[in-house]
Ligand binder design. Sequence first.
Ligand code: CMC
Length: 365
Amino acid sequence: MQETKKGLEGIVALDTSISFIDGMQGILKYRGLAIEQLAEMSYDSVSYLLVNGMLPNDQELAAYSFRLKTERRINGEMIDIMRVCNYGTEALDSLRTAISCTAQMDHENDNNSLEANKNKAIRLIAKLPTMLAALYRCKKGETPYLPDDNLSHGANFLYMLRGEAPSAIEAEAMEKDFIISAEHELNPSTFALRITASTLADVYSAIITGLCTLKGPLHGGARKGVMEMLDEVGNPENANAYVLHKLASKQKIMGFGHRVYRTGDPRSRIFKEMARRLADEKGDPTWYEIAESLEHAMYREFLEMRGRPMYPNVDFYSGVIYKYLDIPLELATSVFAIGRVSGWTAHCFEQYMDNRVIRPRAHYV
Ligand code: CMC
């Protein structure tokens, strides 16, 4: 039996044409296009790219966006379910129930053809923001807002949370967050759902697998952890002491470190600039300044203690952006999922198209 690798570090498990990472140079591409370029597009274009393998032309994009908009609405039965499956501190617990119910109501649920699965992908991409906003409104005992077809994917989500259209920069920030969160090769949730897909289970089952795996604080749950940390630190002057205390007591600091990136996470650079612009626009530098102080303290301490710096990952400055967008804490991980769902569905299709069940071995001790 071969030697085992804890956490499967460095193991190459499969071929993919969906995304590419160069961890030394800090490069991330979706389908051959750098995320810096994708960040300037619409989420509709990027989700089309992920699901269909190429960017849409103008006509294809118009048709796809129209289709997504017509699929945004959820029915009254779903709203009734949402009123019952109220969440506690984590909306994701209810979102996964809502996706299960959507699957049962989907007339193509048992149809595993590529066409049916692409329809399911469109329904999931379109409906997830509506479901999450509706869960939030129901939790507060309020009536969900209907989606606004005049707004982009990101702007519409913020509108459905608040009942008023966001400012231009808020809409841009939400759209960028969904784009940059959309795909990341074999991260834990994507690997988990590819295993589910490899048994030829349906798309909804695979997506729920991904959603559940995203929840943990070592993965997507870190975004919520970052928001909590910003509150706890409260002031840029407290950042250094906070870092020293956490490291001395061997606790992880949320939003830092990565298995693959060794010289910094390119997604974090895009989010940092977006967070800075939001801070400027809102005339409130507090969250940004706390974050920058934490970043500097982590860099310094790791360099001093271990001879190598520590960089923020995707969840760090996106947590700062969520603070500026007033995203409720209990929604943070689910908001990540809204962006990631297009990458997840793309991985389901890739698995189905060249499938062999994923079944590694364990070393018996
Ligand atoms: N705070 C303090 N120490 C850290 C951190 C951190 N955020 N990240 C890594 N380290 C230390 C860790 O304690 C370990 O030290 P030692 O060798 O003394 O045990 C060393 O650095 C290597 O870390 P690791 O945990 O073995 O690395 P990994 O590749 O297994 O895990 C990670 C990667 C992202 C899970 C980890 O860095 C971590 O737990 N970060 C905090 C949680 C977080 O931000 N998660 C989001 C991940 S990226 C996006 C996403 O998936 O959502």
